[in-house]
Design a binder for this molecule. Structure first.
Ligand code: KIV
Length: 258
């Protein structure tokens, strides 16, 4: 187990774990200052490419963005989402995970699902690949409107079983997406490994958000997203000043000319 992963595991029950997404070098440089985990999420499909589903994200998309992110990540653990359809069998999961790691030099991969993909997860871990789990709302396979999970007794039991199964297989942490607070709390209590919540209450060991959402660059009305700043306002200020100075012939001045 890497030192970075050990540090993350040691935070359980002591300190909150910060996980943030990045899709490019400049963002990664800033995210890396705060995050324990920098995630190249396949959410880039909707955030950058306007896809209506992460199903459309390709391995090439993920590898290209991750290569850029790698240049900005120095201290945090870099995790890359394996896109839809790239881990259908044990052999394809291993082939594609190895390709992602070889080309992007990331530290770990993340796969969505529990029991249904446990064979692939076991296979990756047996082959010394670090894996992060993802339970609850699974955007790659969700049908129709996104709904929260873990509300019924049946769903709760299934989520707890899946979480324990993932822990036994050796994943180092599990993202819990849109899970009812009391269920997320129970899962977090049962596990020795950390849970990273997104829309799953304060009871998780850490939190993840899409960086573009929390800075107000990506406009969304998802309930769990809090806009911590309005980054578009700052972009507009800069662009407006540039436009004004160009029109007034104040820019470029002599200082910015040859
Ligand atoms: O794709 C993504 O960015 C994610 C996080 C939101 C957990 O999976």
């Amino acid at each position: 187990m890497s030192i970075k992963i050990k540090k993350i595991l040691n935070k359980k029950n002591k300190l909150k774990i910060i996980c943030l997404t990045a899709y490019s070098k400049n963002f990664a440089e800033e995210v890396d200052k705060y995050a324990d985990i920098t995630l190249v999420g396949d959410s880039l499909g909707s955030v950058l490419y306007n896809y209506n589903s992460t199903k459309k994200v390709t391995l090439t998309n993920m590898i290209d963005h991750s290569k850029s992110v790698r240049m900005g990540v120095k201290k945090s653990l870099m995790v890359v989402d394996m896109p839809y359809n790239t881990y259908k069998s044990n052999s394809s999961a291993l082939k594609n995970a190895r390709k992602i790691i070889k080309e992007t030099k990331c530290d770990a991969v993340k796969l969505e699902g529990g029991k249904k993909i446990i064979s692939q997860i076991n296979h990756l871990i047996k082959n010394k690949i670090s894996v992060m789990g993802h339970l609850g709302l699974l955007p790659q396979t969700a049908k129709g409107k996104f709904k929260s999970k873990g509300k019924t007794e049946k769903e709760k039991k299934q989520l707890i079983n899946d979480a324990l199964l993932l822990q036994t297989s050796g994943v180092f942490a599990i993202v819990l997406e849109c899970i009812k607070a009391s269920t997320a709390k129970q899962i977090t209590k049962y596990l020795k490994i950390p849970t990273i919540g997104i829309g799953s209450s304060v009871h998780c060991d850490g939190q993840v958000l899409v960086t573009d959402d929390l800075i107000g660059l990506n406009v969304t009305n998802i309930r769990f997203v809090k806009k911590f700043i309005n980054f578009r306002k700052y972009i507009n200020q800069g662009l407006k000043r540039f436009t004004t100075e160009v029109k007034l012939k104040k820019y470029p001045s002599k200082k910015h000319s040859y």
